[in-house]
Write a protein that binds this ligand. Structure first.
Ligand SMILES: O=C(O)CCC(=O)C(=O)O
Ligand SMILES: [Fe+2]
Length: 186
């Protein structure tokens, strides 16, 4: 995939995507008034390219430390989906469902793509911080699984992200997490 993402490629991705669903309790729902985004599933995606494995590994070490997990532990990222947001698309405030006991959080990798709107707003410790993706580089943002977050409506262009479940072998993160109260960005 050639980056930065431009409209013709975004439209090709949308052509093979499906409307994203979301979890509420035991259910998985599609409701465009709550979440309006195109989604591609891991079987449709191959991650690669020079530098990607190294970049991901060093980002995971950084986030392990920032999230207050022990240095000796390992953080793993499991690809969850590729999301494409066109004009007007968004995701209302929610918490990600934890499908796995080892899940400590979410990693969002925004691919470079010119757009306005489409901020990722994360709540933590009574604060709410808006993260805006770079149009030239990858932007990586990690947050704890219990953080509410939302994606504000895209006003122009396309926003594209890869989302990953962050898993740890460190045991209970609630016990291990120190006072590192910020969502971490690299
Ligand atoms: O696209 C994003 O930045 C985040 C999407 C999200 O919150 C989710 O997939 O649960
Ligand atoms: Fe989410």
């Amino acid at each position: 995939m050639k980056l930065p993402l431009r409209a013709p490629l975004a439209q090709k991705l949308i052509a093979v995507a499906r409307p994203a669903k979301f979890g509420r309790g035991e259910e998985t729902l599609a409701d465009p008034s709550v979440r309006d985004t195109w989604e591609l599933t891991p079987d449709q995606i191959t991650l690669g390219g020079t530098g990607w494995p190294t970049l991901l590994d060093s980002a995971l070490e950084h986030f392990r430390d920032q999230l207050g997990l022990p240095r000796g532990s390992r953080l793993r990222a499991e690809l969850h989906s590729m999301l494409v947001y066109g004009k007007g698309q968004f995701f209302l405030p929610h918490q990600d469902s934890e499908k796995d006991d080892a899940m400590v959080g979410t990693l969002v990798v925004s691919l470079p793509s010119a757009h306005t709107g489409g901020d990722l707003v994360i709540e933590h410790g009574g604060e709410s911080i808006a993260y805006r993706a770079s149009k030239d580089e990858l932007t990586l943002i990690a947050f704890y699984a219990d953080c509410r977050h939302q994606v504000t409506p895209v006003r122009s262009g396309y926003r594209e992200t890869l989302t990953f479940n962050l898993l740890t072998d460190a045991g209970s993160p609630a016990v291990e997490a120190g006072p590192a109260a910020e969502p971490a960005a690299a």
